[in-house]
Design a protein around this ligand. Structure first.
Ligand code: GN1
Ligand code: MG
Length: 355
Protein backbone atom coordinates (compact mmCIF):
# COMPACT_ATOMS: atom_id res chain seq x y z
CA UNK A 1 0.00 0.00 0.00
CA UNK A 2 2.82 2.35 0.88
CA UNK A 3 4.44 1.75 -2.47
CA UNK A 4 1.14 2.29 -4.26
CA UNK A 5 0.50 5.58 -2.46
CA UNK A 6 4.03 6.74 -3.20
CA UNK A 7 3.46 6.29 -6.91
CA UNK A 8 1.63 9.63 -6.70
CA UNK A 9 3.31 13.01 -6.24
CA UNK A 10 2.24 13.42 -2.63
CA UNK A 11 3.63 15.67 0.05
CA UNK A 12 5.52 13.60 2.65
CA UNK A 13 5.49 9.89 3.42
CA UNK A 14 2.28 7.94 3.97
CA UNK A 15 1.74 7.09 7.64
CA UNK A 16 -1.93 6.05 7.78
CA UNK A 17 -4.64 4.86 5.38
CA UNK A 18 -8.15 3.72 6.19
CA UNK A 19 -11.37 2.87 4.40
CA UNK A 20 -13.50 5.94 3.85
CA UNK A 21 -17.00 6.99 2.72
CA UNK A 22 -20.20 5.17 1.78
CA UNK A 23 -19.87 4.69 -1.99
CA UNK A 24 -21.35 1.52 -3.51
CA UNK A 25 -18.89 1.21 -6.37
CA UNK A 26 -15.28 2.24 -5.89
CA UNK A 27 -13.01 1.26 -3.00
CA UNK A 28 -12.04 4.46 -1.19
CA UNK A 29 -9.34 5.18 1.40
CA UNK A 30 -8.23 8.27 3.22
CA UNK A 31 -4.47 8.71 3.41
CA UNK A 32 -2.43 10.76 5.88
CA UNK A 33 1.26 11.61 5.44
CA UNK A 34 3.97 12.58 7.95
CA UNK A 35 3.66 16.25 6.91
CA UNK A 36 -0.05 16.21 7.81
CA UNK A 37 -1.18 16.21 4.18
CA UNK A 38 -4.45 14.31 3.56
CA UNK A 39 -5.56 12.60 0.38
CA UNK A 40 -8.30 10.36 -0.94
CA UNK A 41 -7.11 7.23 -2.70
CA UNK A 42 -9.57 5.29 -4.83
CA UNK A 43 -9.50 2.04 -6.67
CA UNK A 44 -11.72 2.33 -9.74
CA UNK A 45 -14.23 -0.51 -10.00
CA UNK A 46 -13.44 -2.21 -13.28
CA UNK A 47 -16.58 -4.32 -13.36
CA UNK A 48 -18.53 -1.06 -13.52
CA UNK A 49 -16.09 1.13 -15.44
CA UNK A 50 -14.64 -0.78 -18.36
CA UNK A 51 -12.21 1.90 -19.52
CA UNK A 52 -10.58 3.62 -16.52
CA UNK A 53 -8.06 5.48 -18.67
CA UNK A 54 -10.71 7.31 -20.66
CA UNK A 55 -12.74 7.74 -17.50
CA UNK A 56 -9.83 9.62 -15.94
CA UNK A 57 -9.48 11.78 -19.05
CA UNK A 58 -13.12 12.81 -18.58
CA UNK A 59 -12.78 13.54 -14.92
CA UNK A 60 -9.54 15.48 -15.29
CA UNK A 61 -10.91 17.62 -18.11
CA UNK A 62 -14.18 18.31 -16.27
CA UNK A 63 -12.38 19.37 -13.08
CA UNK A 64 -9.96 21.57 -15.07
CA UNK A 65 -12.93 23.21 -16.78
CA UNK A 66 -14.67 23.83 -13.43
CA UNK A 67 -11.49 25.26 -11.95
CA UNK A 68 -11.41 27.90 -14.68
CA UNK A 69 -14.88 29.01 -13.66
CA UNK A 70 -14.21 28.99 -9.93
CA UNK A 71 -10.64 29.18 -8.69
CA UNK A 72 -11.45 28.37 -5.04
CA UNK A 73 -9.16 25.34 -4.51
CA UNK A 74 -11.89 23.49 -2.62
CA UNK A 75 -14.55 24.01 -5.29
CA UNK A 76 -13.34 21.23 -7.60
CA UNK A 77 -11.39 18.04 -7.01
CA UNK A 78 -7.63 18.23 -7.64
CA UNK A 79 -6.22 14.95 -8.89
CA UNK A 80 -2.58 14.17 -8.23
CA UNK A 81 -0.28 13.05 -11.01
CA UNK A 82 1.94 10.03 -10.54
CA UNK A 83 5.71 10.33 -10.90
CA UNK A 84 5.35 9.47 -14.56
CA UNK A 85 2.81 12.21 -15.12
CA UNK A 86 -0.40 10.18 -15.41
CA UNK A 87 -3.50 10.69 -13.31
CA UNK A 88 -3.82 7.00 -12.45
CA UNK A 89 -1.58 4.21 -11.30
CA UNK A 90 -1.95 0.57 -12.31
CA UNK A 91 -0.93 -1.93 -9.63
CA UNK A 92 0.47 -5.45 -10.05
CA UNK A 93 -3.03 -6.95 -10.21
CA UNK A 94 -3.93 -4.57 -13.03
CA UNK A 95 -6.18 -2.47 -10.77
CA UNK A 96 -6.46 1.28 -11.45
CA UNK A 97 -5.95 3.78 -8.64
CA UNK A 98 -6.27 7.57 -8.47
CA UNK A 99 -5.64 10.13 -5.81
CA UNK A 100 -7.01 13.56 -5.00
CA UNK A 101 -6.63 16.18 -2.29
CA UNK A 102 -8.80 15.67 0.75
CA UNK A 103 -10.26 19.12 1.35
CA UNK A 104 -12.21 18.52 4.56
CA UNK A 105 -15.93 18.80 5.12
CA UNK A 106 -18.57 16.11 5.46
CA UNK A 107 -21.23 14.21 3.52
CA UNK A 108 -24.73 13.20 4.65
CA UNK A 109 -26.89 10.17 3.86
CA UNK A 110 -30.05 12.05 4.80
CA UNK A 111 -30.40 15.81 5.27
CA UNK A 112 -30.24 16.88 8.91
CA UNK A 113 -31.65 20.31 8.22
CA UNK A 114 -33.66 21.83 5.35
CA UNK A 115 -30.68 24.00 4.64
CA UNK A 116 -28.43 20.96 4.02
CA UNK A 117 -30.72 19.74 1.32
CA UNK A 118 -31.20 23.18 -0.19
CA UNK A 119 -27.41 23.50 -0.36
CA UNK A 120 -27.16 20.26 -2.29
CA UNK A 121 -29.78 21.49 -4.76
CA UNK A 122 -27.75 24.63 -5.34
CA UNK A 123 -24.57 22.59 -5.72
CA UNK A 124 -25.97 20.24 -8.36
CA UNK A 125 -27.91 23.02 -10.09
CA UNK A 126 -24.81 25.20 -10.35
CA UNK A 127 -22.70 22.23 -11.42
CA UNK A 128 -24.99 21.69 -14.35
CA UNK A 129 -25.17 25.39 -15.16
CA UNK A 130 -21.34 25.65 -15.09
CA UNK A 131 -21.00 22.74 -17.48
CA UNK A 132 -23.55 24.14 -19.93
CA UNK A 133 -20.75 25.27 -22.26
CA UNK A 134 -18.54 22.21 -21.74
CA UNK A 135 -17.84 20.49 -25.08
CA UNK A 136 -20.18 17.55 -24.61
CA UNK A 137 -18.86 15.58 -27.61
CA UNK A 138 -15.43 15.39 -26.00
CA UNK A 139 -16.87 13.30 -23.15
CA UNK A 140 -16.49 9.58 -23.22
CA UNK A 141 -19.57 7.62 -22.10
CA UNK A 142 -18.15 5.89 -19.04
CA UNK A 143 -21.26 3.71 -18.69
CA UNK A 144 -23.23 3.54 -21.94
CA UNK A 145 -27.03 3.80 -21.55
CA UNK A 146 -26.56 4.68 -17.88
CA UNK A 147 -29.96 6.34 -17.37
CA UNK A 148 -31.65 4.85 -20.39
CA UNK A 149 -34.41 3.28 -18.31
CA UNK A 150 -36.05 1.78 -21.40
CA UNK A 151 -32.80 -0.04 -22.20
CA UNK A 152 -32.46 -1.15 -18.58
CA UNK A 153 -35.78 -2.95 -18.87
CA UNK A 154 -34.06 -5.13 -21.47
CA UNK A 155 -31.21 -5.90 -19.08
CA UNK A 156 -33.75 -6.66 -16.36
CA UNK A 157 -35.62 -9.14 -18.60
CA UNK A 158 -32.33 -10.82 -19.45
CA UNK A 159 -31.51 -11.21 -15.76
CA UNK A 160 -34.94 -12.75 -15.16
CA UNK A 161 -34.50 -15.18 -18.07
CA UNK A 162 -31.01 -16.20 -16.97
CA UNK A 163 -31.84 -16.43 -13.26
CA UNK A 164 -28.11 -16.74 -12.50
CA UNK A 165 -28.49 -16.82 -8.73
CA UNK A 166 -31.69 -18.90 -8.69
CA UNK A 167 -33.61 -16.09 -6.99
CA UNK A 168 -36.36 -15.32 -9.54
CA UNK A 169 -39.08 -17.52 -8.07
CA UNK A 170 -38.76 -15.88 -4.66
CA UNK A 171 -39.23 -12.32 -5.93
CA UNK A 172 -41.98 -12.66 -8.52
CA UNK A 173 -44.12 -9.94 -6.94
CA UNK A 174 -41.23 -7.50 -6.99
CA UNK A 175 -40.52 -8.33 -10.62
CA UNK A 176 -44.18 -7.72 -11.51
CA UNK A 177 -44.11 -4.36 -9.77
CA UNK A 178 -41.25 -3.19 -11.97
CA UNK A 179 -42.65 -4.67 -15.18
CA UNK A 180 -46.05 -3.04 -14.65
CA UNK A 181 -44.47 0.42 -14.74
CA UNK A 182 -42.50 0.06 -17.95
CA UNK A 183 -44.39 2.78 -19.80
CA UNK A 184 -43.52 5.46 -17.26
CA UNK A 185 -40.02 4.01 -16.99
CA UNK A 186 -39.35 4.64 -20.69
CA UNK A 187 -40.92 8.10 -20.81
CA UNK A 188 -37.82 10.23 -20.25
CA UNK A 189 -35.83 8.26 -22.80
CA UNK A 190 -38.54 8.79 -25.40
CA UNK A 191 -38.59 12.51 -24.69
CA UNK A 192 -34.80 12.58 -24.96
CA UNK A 193 -34.94 10.87 -28.35
CA UNK A 194 -37.70 13.13 -29.67
CA UNK A 195 -35.81 16.23 -28.54
CA UNK A 196 -38.63 17.26 -26.23
CA UNK A 197 -36.11 17.40 -23.39
CA UNK A 198 -32.72 19.01 -24.12
CA UNK A 199 -29.48 17.06 -23.89
CA UNK A 200 -27.06 18.56 -21.37
CA UNK A 201 -23.87 17.58 -19.57
CA UNK A 202 -25.11 16.10 -16.32
CA UNK A 203 -23.64 14.53 -13.20
CA UNK A 204 -25.87 11.44 -13.21
CA UNK A 205 -25.21 10.34 -9.62
CA UNK A 206 -26.62 13.17 -7.54
CA UNK A 207 -27.03 11.52 -4.17
CA UNK A 208 -26.81 13.88 -1.24
CA UNK A 209 -23.70 12.02 -0.10
CA UNK A 210 -21.97 13.06 -3.30
CA UNK A 211 -21.95 16.70 -2.12
CA UNK A 212 -19.28 17.88 0.28
CA UNK A 213 -20.52 20.35 2.92
CA UNK A 214 -18.39 22.77 4.92
CA UNK A 215 -18.09 21.85 8.61
CA UNK A 216 -18.64 25.37 9.89
CA UNK A 217 -20.99 27.05 7.45
CA UNK A 218 -22.67 23.82 6.25
CA UNK A 219 -22.64 25.36 2.78
CA UNK A 220 -21.84 23.11 -0.16
CA UNK A 221 -18.14 23.05 -0.98
CA UNK A 222 -18.11 20.89 -4.08
CA UNK A 223 -19.67 17.99 -5.92
CA UNK A 224 -17.96 14.60 -5.69
CA UNK A 225 -18.01 11.39 -7.69
CA UNK A 226 -17.58 12.66 -11.23
CA UNK A 227 -17.19 9.25 -12.89
CA UNK A 228 -20.61 9.41 -14.48
CA UNK A 229 -20.46 12.97 -15.81
CA UNK A 230 -21.84 12.42 -19.30
CA UNK A 231 -24.39 13.86 -21.69
CA UNK A 232 -27.81 13.40 -20.10
CA UNK A 233 -31.04 15.02 -18.97
CA UNK A 234 -31.42 17.51 -16.13
CA UNK A 235 -34.20 15.26 -14.85
CA UNK A 236 -31.73 12.46 -14.16
CA UNK A 237 -29.89 14.72 -11.75
CA UNK A 238 -32.98 16.26 -10.24
CA UNK A 239 -34.77 12.92 -9.99
CA UNK A 240 -31.90 11.03 -8.39
CA UNK A 241 -31.49 13.76 -5.77
CA UNK A 242 -35.17 13.54 -4.84
CA UNK A 243 -35.04 9.75 -4.72
CA UNK A 244 -32.18 9.76 -2.26
CA UNK A 245 -32.51 12.97 -0.27
CA UNK A 246 -36.24 13.74 -0.14
CA UNK A 247 -36.99 10.27 1.16
CA UNK A 248 -38.13 9.72 4.73
CA UNK A 249 -35.69 6.84 5.22
CA UNK A 250 -32.32 5.66 3.98
CA UNK A 251 -32.01 3.95 0.64
CA UNK A 252 -31.74 0.48 2.18
CA UNK A 253 -34.24 0.74 5.03
CA UNK A 254 -35.48 -2.71 6.01
CA UNK A 255 -38.84 -1.59 7.39
CA UNK A 256 -40.44 -0.21 4.22
CA UNK A 257 -43.27 1.35 6.22
CA UNK A 258 -40.73 4.03 7.13
CA UNK A 259 -40.07 4.87 3.49
CA UNK A 260 -41.91 7.63 1.67
CA UNK A 261 -41.54 10.97 -0.05
CA UNK A 262 -41.14 13.97 2.22
CA UNK A 263 -43.07 16.68 0.37
CA UNK A 264 -41.46 19.42 2.39
CA UNK A 265 -37.97 18.31 1.34
CA UNK A 266 -39.26 17.80 -2.18
CA UNK A 267 -40.26 21.45 -2.27
CA UNK A 268 -36.95 22.62 -0.83
CA UNK A 269 -34.88 20.78 -3.41
CA UNK A 270 -37.15 21.87 -6.25
CA UNK A 271 -36.73 25.48 -5.16
CA UNK A 272 -32.94 25.27 -4.99
CA UNK A 273 -32.61 23.48 -8.30
CA UNK A 274 -34.87 25.85 -10.26
CA UNK A 275 -33.10 28.80 -8.67
CA UNK A 276 -29.61 27.55 -9.51
CA UNK A 277 -30.51 26.46 -13.04
CA UNK A 278 -32.29 29.31 -14.82
CA UNK A 279 -31.84 27.67 -18.22
CA UNK A 280 -34.34 24.87 -17.42
CA UNK A 281 -37.13 24.78 -19.98
CA UNK A 282 -40.82 24.80 -19.05
CA UNK A 283 -41.07 21.20 -20.20
CA UNK A 284 -38.17 20.13 -17.99
CA UNK A 285 -39.86 21.76 -15.02
CA UNK A 286 -43.24 20.26 -15.80
CA UNK A 287 -41.68 16.80 -15.94
CA UNK A 288 -39.90 17.06 -12.57
CA UNK A 289 -42.30 14.70 -10.76
CA UNK A 290 -41.78 12.16 -13.55
CA UNK A 291 -38.01 12.61 -13.22
CA UNK A 292 -38.24 11.71 -9.54
CA UNK A 293 -40.45 8.70 -10.23
CA UNK A 294 -38.44 7.31 -13.14
CA UNK A 295 -35.11 7.57 -11.35
CA UNK A 296 -36.56 5.83 -8.28
CA UNK A 297 -38.08 3.10 -10.41
CA UNK A 298 -34.81 2.74 -12.32
CA UNK A 299 -32.85 2.28 -9.10
CA UNK A 300 -35.37 -0.26 -7.84
CA UNK A 301 -34.87 -2.14 -11.10
CA UNK A 302 -31.08 -1.86 -10.97
CA UNK A 303 -30.95 -3.18 -7.41
CA UNK A 304 -33.31 -6.02 -8.25
CA UNK A 305 -31.37 -6.85 -11.43
CA UNK A 306 -28.20 -7.08 -9.38
CA UNK A 307 -29.95 -9.26 -6.81
CA UNK A 308 -31.00 -11.63 -9.61
CA UNK A 309 -27.46 -11.62 -11.03
CA UNK A 310 -25.99 -12.60 -7.65
CA UNK A 311 -24.74 -9.16 -6.48
CA UNK A 312 -22.06 -8.39 -9.01
CA UNK A 313 -22.42 -4.63 -9.33
CA UNK A 314 -23.26 -2.93 -6.05
CA UNK A 315 -21.28 -3.54 -2.87
CA UNK A 316 -23.49 -5.44 -0.42
CA UNK A 317 -23.02 -6.00 3.29
CA UNK A 318 -25.43 -8.96 3.59
CA UNK A 319 -26.98 -11.41 1.10
CA UNK A 320 -30.42 -9.75 0.81
CA UNK A 321 -29.04 -6.21 0.68
CA UNK A 322 -29.90 -5.52 -2.95
CA UNK A 323 -33.42 -6.89 -2.49
CA UNK A 324 -33.93 -4.72 0.57
CA UNK A 325 -32.72 -1.70 -1.40
CA UNK A 326 -35.02 -2.55 -4.31
CA UNK A 327 -38.04 -2.89 -2.02
CA UNK A 328 -37.31 0.41 -0.30
CA UNK A 329 -37.18 2.11 -3.71
CA UNK A 330 -40.42 0.45 -4.80
CA UNK A 331 -42.13 1.71 -1.69
CA UNK A 332 -40.91 5.20 -2.54
CA UNK A 333 -42.33 4.86 -6.06
CA UNK A 334 -45.71 3.86 -4.58
CA UNK A 335 -45.68 6.81 -2.24
CA UNK A 336 -44.90 9.17 -5.11
CA UNK A 337 -47.84 7.72 -7.02
CA UNK A 338 -50.07 8.56 -4.06
CA UNK A 339 -48.66 12.06 -3.81
CA UNK A 340 -48.59 12.64 -7.57
CA UNK A 341 -51.03 15.57 -7.62
CA UNK A 342 -49.28 17.30 -4.72
CA UNK A 343 -45.89 16.89 -6.36
CA UNK A 344 -47.22 18.63 -9.47
CA UNK A 345 -48.80 21.41 -7.42
CA UNK A 346 -45.53 22.06 -5.59
CA UNK A 347 -43.49 22.20 -8.79
CA UNK A 348 -45.98 24.59 -10.40
CA UNK A 349 -46.10 26.81 -7.32
CA UNK A 350 -42.31 27.04 -7.00
CA UNK A 351 -41.82 27.69 -10.71
CA UNK A 352 -44.42 30.46 -10.61
CA UNK A 353 -42.65 32.13 -7.70
CA UNK A 354 -39.16 31.91 -9.14
CA UNK A 355 -39.58 32.48 -12.89
C1 GN1 B 1 -23.85 4.18 -6.94
O1 GN1 B 1 -20.94 5.37 -6.33
P1 GN1 B 1 -22.15 5.76 -5.57
O2 GN1 B 1 -22.39 4.95 -4.36
O3 GN1 B 1 -22.20 7.26 -5.34
C2 GN1 B 1 -24.25 4.18 -8.40
C3 GN1 B 1 -25.43 5.13 -8.62
C4 GN1 B 1 -26.58 4.70 -7.73
C5 GN1 B 1 -26.11 4.64 -6.30
C6 GN1 B 1 -27.19 4.10 -5.41
C7 GN1 B 1 -21.63 4.35 -11.08
O4 GN1 B 1 -23.39 5.46 -6.56
O5 GN1 B 1 -25.85 5.07 -9.96
O6 GN1 B 1 -27.64 5.62 -7.85
O7 GN1 B 1 -24.95 3.82 -6.14
N1 GN1 B 1 -23.13 4.57 -9.24
C8 GN1 B 1 -22.83 3.89 -10.35
O8 GN1 B 1 -26.87 4.36 -4.08
O9 GN1 B 1 -23.50 2.95 -10.74
MG1 MG C 1 -20.57 8.43 -4.12
Amino acid sequence: MEQLISAFQIDGKPVEWKVFGHGHINYTLKVLTDTGAEYVLQQINRYVFKDPVRLMENVVSVTAFLRKKNDDPRASLRFLPTHDGKFYHVDEQGEYWRMYDFVGGFCLDLPETDQDFYQSALAFGRFQEMLSDFPADSLFETIPEFHNTAFRYGTFRKAIAEDKAGRVASVQKDIDFILSREEDGGSLQHMRESGELPLRVTHNDTKLNNVLLDRNTRESVCVLDLDTVMPGLSLYDYGDSIRFGAATAEEDVLDTSLMGLDLHLFEIYTRGYIEACPSLTDREIEMMPMGAKVLTLELAMRFLTDYLDGDLYFKVTYPEHNLVRARAQMKLVMDMEEKWAEMHEIVAKVAKELR
